[in-house]
Design a protein around this ligand. Structure first.
Ligand code: 13P
Length: 252
């Protein structure tokens, strides 16, 4: 089996002023040890260009966006297109974060279109899936995640799918301090990999990075990342402190 890429992505969400963001990235780049783990920084849009300049030429660190629109261009006030992001060397775009689904009414159909737009511009989608607490309590999490992947991703061709990164983020674990146990994460990641294998074959399934997100921090990252199907993390709160974020990057 080929070795899968390890990825740690920081999703800053709607945090940090321009100068605070600049300082955080300087600290991260100053202290980043050589690593095979791919590091992605996903700040709010206003930071992207400047952070792109700061990280330019540093290997293994990439620019990520938190969202994009599906259209190429046009009358969509307030939106940012995949084409624009690609033009400033964004490498990854988070698609379908649960906060986008919940607060901005993003549907699976929209997410499928956004995924297509990201891939059309040679960037990699970090496609988020995950259940809310009531779904987990009803033990329906596998059905829900399967539905999210089928509707948002499985229309892709095998070649396109090779660029996809998946993030499993149980909504009940996001920002709550309540992490999924390593076993809960492993079980869901193995299930997701099996879904990919059924759709695209074992080789593609084995090569697809599946990240865990939800209250991941320096104290629990190592145990989570030790699980065979957990290939890294999508980090919210802990990505806003250089020391915590770097400790997570170094947790493989
Ligand atoms: P927290 O790490 O703050 O729980 O957020 C996780 C997340 O939503 C990352 O996208």
């Amino acid at each position: 089996m080929q070795k899968r890429q390890h990825i740690v992505a920081g999703n800053w969400k709607m945090n940090l002023s321009y100068l605070e963001g600049r300082d955080l990235v300087r600290e991260i780049t100053d202290r980043l040890q050589p690593t095979e783990t791919l590091v992605v920084l996903a700040p709010p849009f206003i930071h992207l260009n400047n952070i792109g300049n700061i990280i330019h030429g540093i290997s293994n660190i990439y620019l990520g966006a938190q969202n994009c629109h599906w259209a190429e261009a046009g009358a969509y006030t307030g939106e940012v297109s995949a084409r624009m992001l690609a033009s400033i060397e964004v490498g990854f775009v988070i698609i379908g974060h649960s906060e986008r689904r919940e607060y901005f009414a993003e549907t699976d159909a929209m997410l499928a279109q956004k995924t297509d737009a990201v891939l059309a511009h040679n960037m990699r989608p970090i496609f988020c899936c995950g259940e809310k607490l009531d779904v987990r309590e009803a033990e329906k999490q596998e059905e829900l995640v399967s539905e999210q992947l089928h509707s948002g991703l499985f229309h892709l061709s095998p070649d396109a799918f090779r660029q996809v990164v998946i993030a499993y983020e149980p909504v009940w674990a996001i920002g709550t301090g309540k992490t999924a146990s390593p076993q809960q994460a492993q079980d869901m990641h193995a299930f997701i990999r099996q879904l990919i294998a059924e759709q695209y074959g074992q080789d593609i399934a084995d090569a697809t990075p599946i990240l865990y997100g939800g209250s991941c921090n320096p104290s629990n990252a190592r145990e989570l990342f030790q699980q065979p199907d957990v290939d890294g993390g999508l980090i919210g709160g802990a990505s806003l402190k250089a020391a915590d974020f770097l400790a997570i990057v170094n947790s493989f």
